[in-house]
Design a protein around this ligand. Structure first.
Ligand code: NAD
Ligand code: MG
Length: 396
């Protein structure tokens, strides 16, 4: 049987890597639906190459442009638009696996729709777990969906755990998770120069090529903070059992420490096609196109403790992970606004942590037990509004 795949965020960095993996294994996988926000030329090209049944352009004007670009294509895909279009292709019967690779909280609705439709969800969109972890995990269990992590660290941890880890980490002898971080492009920068970092410098990641938002998150280490929260949900644990370890070579993708003293790690070249292929093939293994790891070329592996004074976003994320409730959703929304403002050169890099911290103070955490999606989306909207006003006050 050929497995049908819906690819949410096809035109992005994860989307392109996923299509590369898919093209290597056309006997096993086919693209049923491809989606993007507004890059019609790129999506048109991908449609010609991968021939999905449906294409979604969230932006209606871009959807019109896509229709024009594909007008001469034989057996052209049906073209849908809006968030409703995303939810529809995430749940469509022809789809078995949904790659959730939209950036930001915008990925939440379709990711949740995929879980509610009982699909295998390949989760790159960590923000959806940060915003709505309880809701998403509940939907996965209520509807018999599978949730496989694509984020390289979480995929590594998944590979180092026994299949019964869902009974609880203590039950399988796990003492703690060691979450590795490259430290990003600013790891060795003098702190006094953080105020003058440009978007180009922040996006010049030493070991990974990624979208702009996650690249800035790596520079501030908010990315690692979001990943701590993501790990708590995926592995049913808390911040007391997660340690962040700076490992500049990005060869060890994370480790699991057991009570008998064993520490298991997953290693590989930093290329997202490895976790993508792992999650698509699981429990089998397939060729990903990634070059084999050459340990002699790597030569050494270094480890450091993170310096929280340099990376206040990481402290804020640990703080909200402990707090729970709406705090992680507020942190995420404020961060999305602040990162966009930094990329538009309206605020400086240290301004991101300031805006996130001030938004968290302005909107104290509320409990989420028994609250649904609409409540979380409303929280997200209020946090964005608050952060937007703070950006306006600070704009350079
Ligand atoms: P990207 O910016 O390269 O691509 C984002 C994709 O999402 C694009 O296809 C875009 O069209 C779509 N999109 C953007 N805004 C949207 C909206 N409002 N509605 C619908 N679609 C929208 O991002 P990326 O680097 O591929 O990252 C995608 C996700 O994967 C993020 O959550 C990121 O944290 C996670 N992730 C990425 C990497 C990586 O190596 N790039 C690694 C781990 C996790
Ligand atoms: Mg990661």
């Amino acid at each position: 049987m050929v497995i049908g795949v819906t690819l949410l965020g096809a035109t992005g960095s994860i989307g392109v890597s996923t299509l590369d993996v898919l093209a290597r294994h056309r006997d096993r996988f086919r693209a049923v639906a491809l989606t993007a926000n507004r890059d019609a030329p790129r999506l048109a090209e991908q449609c010609r190459q991968h021939r999905p049944e449906v294409a979604v352009m969230v932006d209606p004007d871009a959807a019109q442009r896509l229709r024009e670009l594909l007008s001469d294509m034989p057996e052209r895909p049906e073209i849908l638009t809006g968030v409703e279009g995303l939810e529809q292709v995430a749940a469509m019967p022809a789809t078995d696996y949904v790659m959730a690779a939209i950036v930001g909280a915008a990925g939440l609705r379709p990711t949740l729709a995929a879980a509610r439709a009982g699909k295998r969800v390949l989760l790159a969109n960590k923000e959806s777990l940060v915003v709505a972890g309880a809701l998403l995990m509940q939907a996965v269990s209520d509807h018999g969906a599978e949730l496989l992590p694509i984020d390289s660290e979480h995929n590594a941890i998944f590979q180092c755990l026994p299949p019964s880890f869902r009974d609880g980490l203590p039950a399988v002898g796990v003492e703690r998770i060691l979450l590795t971080a490259s430290g990003g492009p600013l790891r060795d920068w003098p702190l006094e120069r953080f105020g003058s970092v440009t978007p180009e410098q922040a996006c010049a990641h030493p070991t990974w090529a990624m979208g702009r938002k996650i690249s800035v998150d790596s520079a501030t280490m908010m990315n690692k903070g979001l990943e701590v929260i993501e790990a708590c949900w995926l592995f049913g644990t808390d911040t007391d059992h997660i340690e962040v370890v700076i490992h500049p070579q990005s060869v060890i993708h994370s480790l699991v420490q057991y009570q008998d003293g064993s520490v298991l790690a997953q290693l590989g070249n930093p290329d997202m096609r490895t976790p993508i292929t792992h999650a698509m093939a699981w429990p089998d293994r397939l060729d990903s196109g990634v070059a084999p790891l050459d340990l002699f070329e790597v030569a050494r592996l270094d480890f450091e403790k993170p310096d929280l004074a340099r990376f206040p976003c990481l402290s804020l994320a640990f703080q909200v992970a402990r707090q729970g409730g709406t705090a992680p959703a507020v942190l995420n929304a404020a961060n999305e606004i602040a990162v966009a403002a930094f990329l538009e050169r309206r605020i400086d890099l240290p301004g991101i942590a300031t805006i996130v911290g001030e938004t968290l103070s302005a909107l104290p955490s509320e409990g989420v037990a028994g609250r649904g999606l609409e409540f979380l989306l409303e929280t997200d909207r209020r946090a964005r509004e608050c952060a937007q006003a703070l950006v306006a006050e600070r704009s350079l």
